[in-house]
Design a protein around this ligand. Structure first.
Ligand code: FES
Length: 245
């Protein structure tokens, strides 16, 4: 059993303790699988701490690696991550702190696997992850649901992709990449964290309806942001637009 503790101060707001099961497939010799997984998970915890500085008592427990039956040379390395998550944790598109925590966990883990791709086993262009979030000492406080859920306002998005033109309706004020992908328009992505460039798009119309360019986009795209290029995974769509990918 390997343990990677992490202690830090959090803000004085209500909080919930969460545990997450995380799975990593590691390509390694039997005797190095544990240390390799520990290294990747350590990297993950460091990134997580930077991505969600308000989260405290991050604690990661790694189980002994086990060889995969169907895939000799690949070791399954399970870990349980425990954390105390403040209720003011936010994330674009998240309805509450639990949603935000899920998204941060997923994106940070994908980024970590992507950046450690020499060590982490891929089954496709996406890293294989199985994760479940569950409370481990108390029930999460469910935020009061609105008495009646209003139907979501939708906006029109036109996408030029591989010589084809698609026109879809996606929910207003939500992530543009998720919105078009949910409608079956396959804008490619890899990290969803603004660090890989895979989801690059050019905005042909409606830039004024999109969230402002953020630091990750500026860093990744440089001067191209002035020519209308964006990272689709970083964009919130507030109104109609037309994009090319
Ligand atoms: S998916 Fe990697 S930058 Fe958007």
């Amino acid at each position: 059993m390997f343990e990677l503790p992490w202690e830090e101060e959090g803000p004085a707001v209500p909080e919930t303790k969460y545990g997450s099961r995380i799975y990593l497939g590691v390509l390694a010799e039997a005797e190095t699988a544990g240390p390799t997984a520990a290294r990747v998970y350590q990297d993950f915890v460091g990134r997580l701490r930077r991505a969600a500085p308000g989260v405290k008592d991050l604690r990661l427990e790694l189980e002994e690696p086990a060889p995969r039956k169907e895939d000799p040379g690949v070791f399954e390395c399970w870990a349980t991550l425990k954390a105390v998550v403040p209720h003011d944790l936010t994330r674009d598109g998240a309805r509450n702190h639990l949603d935000a925590w899920r998204a941060i966990l997923r994106d940070t883990f994908q980024t970590t696997c992507h950046l450690n791709h020499g060590l982490v086993h891929h089954t496709s262009s996406r890293v294989e992850i199985t994760r479940q979030v569950f409370p481990f000492e108390e029930e999460p406080q469910v935020e009061a649901a609105p008495a009646e859920e209003k139907p979501k306002e939708m906006i029109r998005v036109k996408v030029l992709l591989g010589g084809q033109e698609y026109e879809v309706e996606i929910p207003k004020d939500e992530n543009l990449l998720d919105g078009v992908n949910d409608k079956g328009v396959d804008v490619k992505w890899d990290c969803k964290s603004g660090v890989c460039d895979t989801c690059q798009i050019k905005v042909l119309k409606g830039m004024e309806n999109l969230s402002p360019v953020n630091d990750a986009e500026r860093e990744m795209l440089g001067d191209k942001v002035d020519q209308g290029y964006r990272l689709c995974c970083q964009v919130i769509a507030h109104g109609p637009c037309e994009i090319a990918h």
